[in-house]
Design a protein around this ligand. Structure first.
Ligand SMILES: [Zn+2]
Length: 248
C-alpha cells in the first residue's frame, strides 16, 4: 500500500469561529464567497452523486440528500468519471428492484453526445480473451474496467462521507484499500464481518446505503449501491497515529 503525505484538517474550530467560512471538501481549500473566478465559485455537491438517484425517485420521494460545498472546478473535475461509473455499472443494476428506473435514466443519457462517447469507450473494454490470454467460450465476454477511474468516484464518495461524519477534510489521495464485491457471499470473512457492523445509513437505501465503523487505527466503510454490489473501503487512521518517541 502506498503511503503518501497526509494532511487532515479539523474544521470544527474554524467553522464555529466563522459559520460562513466554507471549505471545499474536494481540495480542502477555502471557498471565497466574493471570488470573481468562475472556477473557484461555490457549488453544492451531492454525496453520493445526485445522478445515482433515478429522476422518478427524486421527483416522488422526499429525499433528504446530503450536499457539501465544493469549488465549481473541483466539482466538475469528477463529472466524466461519474458518467463512466454510471455507464459501467448500470447493467449490474438491472436485476435490482430499482433497475428499471435506473435504466430509464440511462436511456436518456445514452442519447446525449457525452453518453455516446462513453458508451463507445466502454464497448471497447469488452473482450473475448482474458488478460491471461485465455479464449472465453462462445457467448462469453470479459470487461476490462478502468478501475482507477471507477475508484476515483468511490474515493470521492468516501471523502464526502468522511466529511459529513467527522466534519473533517480527508485528502483525496489518502491511501485506501478499495474492494468491489458483486455478491455478498464473495466477500472474505473479514470484509463480511465489517459490513454487518452498525446500522446502514442513507437517504434512500434502495439506491445507496453505507456502514461506517472506526476500529483502532482504521476507518472502514461498506457501501451498497442500488442493492446490487458492494464497495468496501478501508484506510488507516493516520491522523491519530502515535508520534515517534522522542528523548526528553
Ligand atoms: Zn476545491
Amino acid at each position: 500500500m502506498k503511503i503518501g503525505v497526509m494532511c487532515w484538517l479539523d474544521l470544527s474550530h474554524m467553522q464555529e469561529k466563522n459559520k460562513r467560512a466554507k471549505i471545499c471538501y474536494l481540495c480542502g481549500e477555502m471557498i471565497d464567497p466574493k471570488t470573481k473566478d468562475e472556477d473557484k465559485r461555490l457549488s453544492k455537491d451531492h454525496v453520493p452523486p445526485l445522478q445515482f438517484y433515478p429522476e422518478e425517485i427524486r421527483k416522488t420521494a422526499k429525499l433528504n440528500l446530503k450536499t457539501l460545498p465544493a469549488h465549481k472546478k473541483c466539482n466538475n473535475s469528477f463529472r466524466e468519471d461519474e458518467e463512466y461509473f454510471m455507464h459501467t455499472y448500470f447493467p449490474t443494476v438491472m436485476k435490482a428492484p430499482i433497475g428499471k428506473l435506473v435504466a430509464k435514466d440511462m436511456k436518456k443519457r445514452f442519447q446525449k453526445p457525452q453518453g455516446q462517447i462513453i458508451s463507445k469507450m466502454i464497448l471497447k473494454e469488452f473482450d473475448t480473451v482474458t488478460p491471461g490470454n485465455i479464449y472465453l467460450p462462445p457467448g462469453m465476454v470479459i470487461q476490462n474496467i478502468d478501475a482507477p477511474r471507477a475508484d476515483r468516484v468511490v474515493r470521492k464518495i468516501v471523502c464526502g462521507l468522511y466529511f459529513l461524519e467527522n466534519n473533517k477534510f480527508l485528502p483525496h489521495d489518502t491511501p485506501m484499500n478499495i474492494k468491489f464485491f458483486l455478491y455478498p457471499e464473495d466477500m472474505p470473512e473479514e470484509y463480511g464481518t465489517l459490513c454487518k457492523i452498525g446500522s446502514p445509513k442513507g437517504a434512500y437505501p434502495h439506491v445507496f446505503a453505507y456502514r461506517y465503523i472506526k476500529i483502532p487505527d482504521f476507518h472502514c466503510w461498506s457501501m451498497l449501491l442500488w442493492e446490487s454490489f458492494i464497495f468496501c473501503v478501508i484506510f488507516p487512521d493516520l491522523e491519530n497515529q502515535a508520534p515517534n518517541a522522542e528523548d526528553d
